[in-house]
Design a protein around this ligand. Structure first.
Ligand SMILES: [Zn+2]
Length: 151
C-alpha cells in the first residue's frame, strides 16, 4: 500500500554537493585577452611564483589564463601575474608546451613517444603525480593529452 499520506517520511537523498566554491565563481575572463580563465588554488600560485610572499595574505580568488598567446598567467580582480614572474615560464609555443609538469613531458615528447601517456596514467592512478603544485593550471594534465590527440 502507498504511504503517501505519511508526513514522517524523511528525504534521505543527500543534497548534491556542488564542486564550485560558494564564494567565488569557477571561471572569470582574463583582463588582458578576455578569454575565460579557470579558478586556481592559491597553493598552486605559491609553488610557481618567483616571489610568492608578494601575494601577502590576499585571499581573493586567482584564475589561470590558458591562452597560449597571453602574457598573463594568473589574474585576480586586482592583480595580474605575468609569465615573467613565474619560476619557470609557462611555455607558450605548441610543440614546446609542457603537457605534464609532474613528469616533464612536452607536446613534442608525446608526439614522438605516444606511450608516455600510459606512463602518466599509471603514475596518476598510483597518486605519484603532483598536479596541484606542479602544473601551473593546478589541474590534472590528462585532459591536455587528449587535446593534443584530437588536433
Ligand atoms: Zn589571458
Amino acid at each position: 500500500m502507498s504511504s503517501c499520506c505519511s508526513n514522517t517520511k524523511i528525504d534521505l537523498e543527500p543534497e548534491k554537493v556542488s564542486e564550485k566554491p560558494i564564494t567565488s565563481s569557477s571561471s572569470e575572463n582574463c583582463p588582458a585577452c578576455i578569454r575565460q580563465g579557470r579558478l586556481v588554488s592559491i597553493k598552486t600560485l605559491y609553488h610557481h611564483l618567483k616571489q610568492p610572499w608578494q601575494l601577502g595574505n590576499d585571499s581573493e580568488p586567482f584564475y589561470f589564463c590558458e591562452n597560449t598567446t597571453c602574457q598573463v598567467v594568473y589574474f585576480s580582480k586586482t592583480k595580474q601575474i605575468l609569465n615573467s614572474e613565474l619560476r619557470h615560464s609557462v611555455s607558450k609555443f605548441k610543440e614546446e608546451k609542457t603537457l605534464c609538469y609532474c613528469f616533464n613531458i612536452s607536446v613534442a615528447d608525446y608526439l614522438e613517444t605516444p606511450c608516455l601517456l600510459d606512463f602518466v596514467v599509471e603514475k596518476t592512478k598510483a597518486k605519484d603525480c603532483a598536479c596541484d603544485v606542479q602544473n601551473p593550471s593546478g589541474r590534472c594534465c590528462l585532459k591536455d593529452f587528449k587535446k593534443v590527440k584530437s588536433v
